[in-house]
Unconditional design. Structure first.
Length: 395
C-alpha cells in the first residue's frame, strides 16, 4: 500500500515537472521568437490640398427700370439671343393679374390632360404621380429653384384635386377656370413690355458686381495680383435684374502652396471638389501655374462642364486632388526581401508560413501600400516572428 502511494506521488511530481518545463520552454520561445499576425486591408490613399479661389465666367448683366417685373425664366434656364427673360408691367395690379392668368392657364392644361387620361388611370397610378411630384417639389425648393417650384406646386394642387374628384367634378372645375381666364383676358390692358437678352446663355438671378471678371483677366496672373483681386470689395449694380452666362467654359483661380502646386506640373487635368455644396469631383483643365511668391503659386483651372451648377458661385473653398493610389495596406514590419531581392510578405496559411510576392506602390513611413496578384484583403500577414521561410510551422 505504501509502495502504491509512493509511486503515485512520484508520478504526480514528474507530471508537474514536465508541465513546468513545457511552460518554461514556451515562455522562452515567446520572448525570443514572438509571433503576431494582422489582417491585410484594402486602402485608397488620397493626397489633397485645401485652397480658396475665385470663379470667373463670361457674364452679361441685365438691367431693369420697371417697378413691376415677372421673370419668365427659371434659374439656369437657357435663352437665345433676343429671347424674353422677363415681362415688365405698368402696375403691380397688372403684374398680379398676369401671374394669376398664367396660373389659371397652367391649371386648365393640367385639368384637360387629366380629364383625357381619367378613364385610363387608376387610383394607384394617380397616387404614384402625386408622390413623384412631391419629391420633385422638395428638390426644387432645396435647390432654391422657385420658378420651377411654383409650377410644380400648381401641378400638384391639380393632381390632388383630380385624385379625389370624379370626371364630372373635373369638367366643372375646368369650365370654371376657363371662365376666369376669359374674364381676365378681357380685362387685360396690354400694358407690358418684354425684357430681352442681347446674348444667348444661361439665366441667373444672382448678381454680385464681379460680372466683368473673365478667364482672360486671370490668365498668367501672379500670386500677389490674385491675392489683391480676391481682397477687393464690390457692390451689386443698381437696377440689376440678373445676368446671362454665355459660353460653356468657366474658370477657377486659386492660391496654392508651392509644394502642392509643383505636383501639377506636366499634368493636363486635375480633380477638384468645389466646396461641400458641390461634392462631385470635377475634372478641371490646368491652364496656368505661376512662378512662386512667398511660398505660393497662382493656379488657373478651367472646365467645360457643370456650368449650370456654378452659376452663383464666386468665392469658393475647394479641394485639389493631387494624387490617388489604391492597393493593400501592410505594416512596415510585415515587408521582407527574399534571396532574389523581391519584395514579399509571409501569410499564415493553416499552420504554415506562405510567402507571397508584392509590388510596393508607396512608402508611407509606418506602412506600405502594395499590389499583389497573390495577396488578398483579409489574409493574415505575419509581422512578428524570427527566421521566417516558406513552409515554416507557425501559430
Amino acid at each position: 500500500m505504501k509502495n502504491s502511494n509512493l509511486t503515485l506521488k512520484i508520478a504526480c511530481v514528474l507530471i508537474v515537472a514536465a508541465l513546468l518545463v513545457w511552460v518554461g520552454i514556451y515562455a522562452f520561445q515567446a520572448l525570443n521568437d514572438p509571433y503576431r499576425t494582422v489582417p491585410v486591408t484594402a486602402a485608397e490613399i488620397r493626397d489633397t490640398a485645401r485652397v480658396r479661389g475665385i470663379v470667373a465666367r463670361e457674364e452679361t448683366v441685365l438691367y431693369n427700370v420697371y417697378s413691376s417685373v415677372r421673370i419668365r425664366l427659371e434659374e439656369g434656364g437657357r435663352v437665345a439671343a433676343g429671347g424674353t427673360v422677363a415681362q415688365a408691367y405698368d402696375s403691380d395690379e397688372a403684374l398680379l393679374r398676369a401671374m394669376h392668368l398664367a396660373e389659371l392657364r397652367a391649371e386648365a392644361e393640367e385639368l384637360t390632360a387629366l380629364l383625357n387620361a381619367a378613364s385610363a388611370e387608376n387610383t394607384q397610378q394617380k397616387d404614384a404621380e402625386i408622390q413623384a411630384g412631391i419629391r420633385r417639389l422638395r428638390r426644387s425648393v432645396s435647390a432654391r429653384n422657385f420658378t420651377e417650384a411654383e409650377s410644380l406646386s400648381q401641378t400638384l394642387r391639380t393632381q390632388v384635386f383630380a385624385a379625389s374628384s370624379s370626371a364630372s367634378d373635373i369638367r366643372g372645375r375646368l369650365q370654371t377656370v376657363n371662365g376666369e381666364i376669359q374674364e381676365l383676358e378681357q380685362r387685360a390692358d396690354g400694358g407690358s413690355d418684354a425684357i430681352a437678352t442681347p446674348v444667348a446663355g444661361l439665366f441667373s438671378s444672382t448678381v454680385d458686381g464681379w460680372e466683368d471678371l473673365s478667364g482672360a483677366d486671370l490668365d498668367e496672373i501672379a500670386p500677389s495680383a490674385l491675392s489683391a483681386l480676391m481682397a477687393e470689395e464690390r457692390q451689386t449694380p443698381d437696377w440689376a435684374l440678373g445676368k446671362i452666362v454665355s459660353g460653356v467654359r468657366w474658370y477657377y483661380a486659386a492660391l496654392v502652396d508651392a509644394a502642392d502646386a509643383d505636383q501639377l506640373y506636366g499634368r493636363d487635368t486635375v480633380q477638384l471638389v468645389l466646396g461641400q455644396r458641390y461634392g462631385e469631383q470635377l475634372t478641371m483643365d490646368v491652364e496656368w501655374i505661376s512662378s512662386e511668391e512667398d511660398g505660393k503659386r497662382a493656379v488657373l483651372l478651367s472646365c467645360a462642364d457643370h456650368m449650370s451648377d456654378v452659376l452663383s458661385v464666386r468665392f469658393q473653398d475647394a479641394e485639389l486632388l493631387l494624387s490617388e493610389a489604391s492597393g493593400l495596406r501592410i505594416p512596415r514590419r510585415g515587408l521582407h526581401v527574399d534571396e532574389q531581392g523581391r519584395a514579399c510578405v509571409y501569410v499564415q496559411t493553416a499552420l504554415l508560413a506562405e510567402k507571397k510576392l508584392v509590388q510596393v506602390v508607396r512608402d508611407f513611413g509606418d506602412f506600405y501600400l502594395v499590389t499583389s496578384d497573390a495577396l488578398r484583403a483579409g489574409d493574415e500577414i505575419i509581422i512578428s516572428a524570427k527566421n521566417l521561410y516558406e513552409g515554416k510551422v507557425v501559430g
